[in-house]
Design a protein around this ligand. Structure first.
Ligand SMILES: Nc1ncnc2c1ncn2[C@@H]1O[C@H](COP(=O)(O)OP(=O)(O)O)[C@@H](O)[C@H]1O
Ligand SMILES: [Mg+2]
Length: 248
């Protein structure tokens, strides 16, 4: 018996005015999968996430979660954007605590969780400062902490590490992967970084340029932890890069 996919895009189309951004997009994601979307800029990756999170309706087609059509935002779906979107008048800890707004925990338990999360993103020393006192990379780590602490059933990340330095990016990729493997959260990640895609994904979905459709789906079966200088890893990156840049 085939299990019901957790997420289904069925013949989803999206256009603004006369411009078709996505055309007959079909994708099923099983519970617990980590799926990475890659494709050239403007092919509709962010639009796909915004529709799944419920910020934007599809022009036609269906987007289903556990078989139910998405209508508006819901706490089982969370998103982390490329830019931090912190509240400037709240401290780092208070910003992270917003991720626990729907949690049944009491306030001291929430505070402890927030501090643990800040330690994981190496920001424990900045718990009580305002966002204006952080660098761009630090602010983004706060946003990542806020998104992850909410522990949504479906976690979406839209180029979350794009603005970070290489070392921080690598650390956070690893932490995202560990979190995913330990909690089994269903994760949809958009990235420009092909190595990030191959390091993390169960499946990489390569989109064609606008109107976005699936050009190819690349299953990544390499066991974790994946080594970026392995020949199989390098070959997969090369294949995906070729699919993105070789516009037919
Ligand atoms: N609110 C909007 N109104 C009009 N056009 C939009 C809007 N949002 C996105 N677009 C257009 O849709 C296309 C896809 O955008 P986006 O999903 O952000 O691409 P990607 O994330 O793959 O770079 C782009 O051409 C963009 O200009
Ligand atoms: Mg985008």
């Amino acid at each position: 018996m085939k299990t019901l996919p957790l997420i289904s895009f069925r013949n989803v189309c999206k256009s603004w005015n006369q411009v078709t951004v996505l055309e007959n997009f079909n994708l099923d994601v099983t519970s617990g999968e980590l799926v990475v979307l890659v494709g050239s800029s403007g092919c509709g990756k962010s639009t796909l996430l915004r529709m799944l999170v419920g910020l934007e309706p599809a022009s036609s087609g269906d987007i289903l979660v556990s078989g139910n059509p998405v209508s508006g935002v819901g706490k089982e779906r969370g998103i982390i954007f490329q830019e931090p979107r912190l509240f400037p008048w709240l401290t780092v800890t208070e910003n992270v605590l917003l991720g626990l707004a729907n949690s049944p925990l009491n306030s001291s338990e929430k505070k402890q969780l927030a501090l643990n999360m800040l330690e994981r993103v190496q920001l424990a020393d900045f718990a009580n400062v305002l966002p204006s006192q952080l660098s761009g990379g630090m602010a983004q780590r706060v946003a990542i902490a806020r998104g992850i602490i909410a522990h949504p059933q479906i976690l979406m990340l839209d180029e979350p590490f794009g603005a970070l330095d290489a070392l921080t990016r690598h650390t956070l990729q690893q932490q995202l992967l560990e979190l995913h493997l330990s909690t089994g959260s269903t994760t949809l990640l958009v990235t420009h970084d092909v190595e990030e895609a191959v390091a993390l994904a169960d499946r990489v979905i390569v989109l064609s340029p606008r109107p976005g459709r699936i050009r190819e789906e690349v299953k990544i079966t390499l066991p974790h932890t994946r080594h970026r200088d392995d020949i199989a890893f390098i070959d997969l990156c090369r294949h995906i890069r070729h699919l993105i840049t070789d516009v037919l």
